[in-house]
Ligand binder design. Structure first.
Ligand code: HEM
Ligand SMILES: *[C@@H]1O[C@H](CO)[C@@H](O)[C@H](O)[C@H]1NC(C)=O
Length: 327
């Protein structure tokens, strides 16, 4: 009996040993659904409530959460590196040129503070970025996305390499496709992600290249006249606040009007408009313009891929107390 018991308890180690070996093999553990089920069971609900409250106070916060996911996840990893403040001579990703126009960062702190109050040092800023984007998408009439959690926060910001990962407003579509491809997002997914430009705004400095000295021939002439009215100066003061809405018809709805607009030569950025002149992207634009459900399906798929780009897990990172500073 006694030796049997001993045998049983040593056999009990086998699954443990196996999972340990598996973890060594993959190098890190995976994200999982409801990662905080035991450590902070209300985490996802608290974040959702905060996103809803903020949306009712400042609707454009929901827009910001979507752009945050893109800027955080494309640059190396979904690790909240975006949110760190400049400190000790190390520049923040938030302050670089490609982050121009990003807003509402202070309300990330509001969300994080609500989570900290319930579960101190448990829920990462990277997961706040991911889940707030997920919930912001729903507030803007987009699809509901089941998203895994368990991301950890970086201990540094990567301002100096942002330009390698985040395309510019006037980059070629082939460069854009290859950048998304490098994090595992195919052409169809990339076309769907650009549909995020169905909401929000663009400042004049990102538009004037298409208006002055001559109007970009791929831009609808009446629309160009409208945009010149929004952006009357060819050299806008870089700090100026003049902008145009991305989608004048449904500016706060994440829908396929973006695609019908670009097909009508009413794309705002050069990259937006380029989607219709590239033979690999045009068929997807047409399909998304014709079918909002298909757009939402592809958008969900691609947002998930983006949100799982190279996460830090376990002790590869930390859980920041304040998303602006490493602990
Ligand atoms: C080729 C890739 C992309 C480029 C070049 C690009 C560029 C830009 C630019 C220049 C702006 C306007 C900034 C301003 O003037 O204020 C903008 C806004 C925005 N972008 Fe993108 N973007 C790209 C992809 C994405 C993706 C993949 C997402 C999210 C899934 C996204 C979400 C947004 C949102 C939501 C806004 C509006 C922000 C606001 O109104 O506060 N973008 N983007
Ligand atoms: C893209 O725009 C930037 C300014 O935002 C400008 O400096 C650059 O020359 C433009 N590139 C091309 C290829 O037009």
């Amino acid at each position: 009996m006694a030796s049997n018991k001993k045998l049983n308890s040593s056999l009990g180690f086998i699954p443990l040993l196996l999972s340990f070996l598996l973890q060594c093999h993959s190098g890190k553990s995976e994200l999982q659904l409801n990662y905080y089920a035991n450590s902070c069971p209300n985490a996802e609900e608290i974040i959702k409530q905060q996103v809803i409250n903020l949306y009712h106070k400042h609707g454009n916060t929901a827009v910001s959460w979507i752009r945050n996911l893109f800027h955080d996840c494309m640059v190396k990893s979904c690790d909240a590196s975006l949110l760190l403040e400049s400190l000790n001579g190390i520049e923040s990703e938030k302050t670089v040129e490609r982050s121009f126009g990003m807003r509402n960062f202070k309300y990330v702190n509001t969300i994080k503070a609500a989570v900290e109050k319930e579960c101190p040092l448990t829920v990462s800023c990277a997961d706040v970025v991911a889940l707030s984007a997920r919930d912001g998408i729903v507030m803007l009439g987009g699809p509901r996305i089941e998203m895994k959690t368990g991301r950890k926060d970086s201990r540094e910001s990567y301002a100096s390499v942002v330009d390698d990962f985040i395309p510019n407003h006037n980059d070629s579509i082939s460069l854009v496709l290859s950048q998304f491809q490098s994090i595992g997002i195919d052409t169809e997914g990339t076309v769907a992600l650009l549909g995020a430009h169905s909401v929000g705004r663009v400042h004049c400095k990102n538009l004037v290249q298409r208006l002055y000295p001559t109007v970009d021939p791929t831009l609808d002439p009446d629309y160009a006249t409208y945009l010149k009215g929004r952006c009357p100066s060819p050299n806008p003061d870089p700090n100026a606040v003049l902008y145009s809405r991305n989608d004048r018809e449904t500016p706060m709805i994440l829908d396929n009007v973006y695609y019908t607009n670009v097909l009508k030569h009413k794309g705002l950025l050069i990259v937006d408009q380029q989607l219709t002149s590239d033979t690999s992207t045009l068929p997807f634009v047409e399909k998304m313009a014709a079918d909002n459900d298909y757009f939402h399906e592809q958008f969900s798929r691609a947002v998930l891929l983006m949100s799982e780009n190279n996460p830090l897990t376990d002790d590869q990172g930390e859980v920041r107390k304040d998303c602006r500073f490493v602990n």
